[in-house]
Design a protein around this ligand. Structure first.
Ligand SMILES: [Zn+2]
Length: 207
């Protein structure tokens, strides 16, 4: 059955609220930062509305668009970053959820314009690997989507220069956990720099 034109299910709304609340509680976003989306079986996309506070999402703030960004259900405008989400879904058919946030430590790497490419933590090697940095382009533009799509083909997390981070997954919870993992690794690597710099794992151990 097609869901196009239908409101999100109660289960999906609960998941958006839960993930938005976790992002907010863990300080991975501030105020109305960030955006969440999910691809449903009929290739329509549920996405948070522009300006919505993810920690306090209301039902009408999860709206449905098609892969061209045309509104299928809802009355509010989609997130200004919807073009980036759609570019990712067009690039990766295995991706069914996207989380964009401004986690402070990971965003510090992005503001300093460093990729997060220190393979110093086994958990990071196994989960995300090296995390590339997309060059700066103005938020909310089609160009940002193109830059991220160019990198997301081979990565599940990308830093956005002078902006934040984006993670993807087969579902919203997994995309969220990847954002949490990214931020945790970034915090450890910044602390390690204060202690003289992280030592990367040997290539044989990475293998
Ligand atoms: Zn942003």
């Amino acid at each position: 059955m097609t869901t196009s034109g239908l409101p999100p299910s109660a289960e999906m709304l609960a998941l958006f609220r839960e993930v938005g609340s976790r992002l907010d509680r863990r300080g991975l976003i501030a105020s109305n930062d960030g955006n969440l989306s999910v691809r449903e079986a009929d290739d329509t996309i549920l996405v948070t509305a522009s300006g919505s506070r993810k920690g306090y999402l209301r039902d009408e703030e999860v709206i449905r668009v098609d892969l061209d960004g045309c509104l299928c259900h809802g009355t509010l405008r989609p997130s200004s970053e919807v073009a980036m989400h759609l570019a990712i879904y067009r690039q990766r058919w295995d991706v069914c959820a996207v989380v964009h946030a401004h986690p402070p430590a990971a965003t510090a790497f992005a503001v300093a314009r460093f990729p997060l490419d220190h393979l110093a933590l086994p958990e990071l090697v196994l989960s995300l690997g090296k995390i590339p940095l997309a060059p700066f382009v103005r938020p909310g533009t089609e160009r940002l989507g193109e830059q991220v799509a160019a990198l997301i083909g081979t990565h599940d997390a990308v830093l956005l220069a002078n902006h934040g981070a984006v993670t993807v997954g087969p579902d919203l919870e997994e995309a969220y956990f990847r954002m949490e993992r990214l931020e945790h690794a970034a915090r450890i690597l910044i602390e390690a720099r204060h202690l003289g710099g992280p030592h990367c794992l040997d290539p044989s151990d990475v293998e």
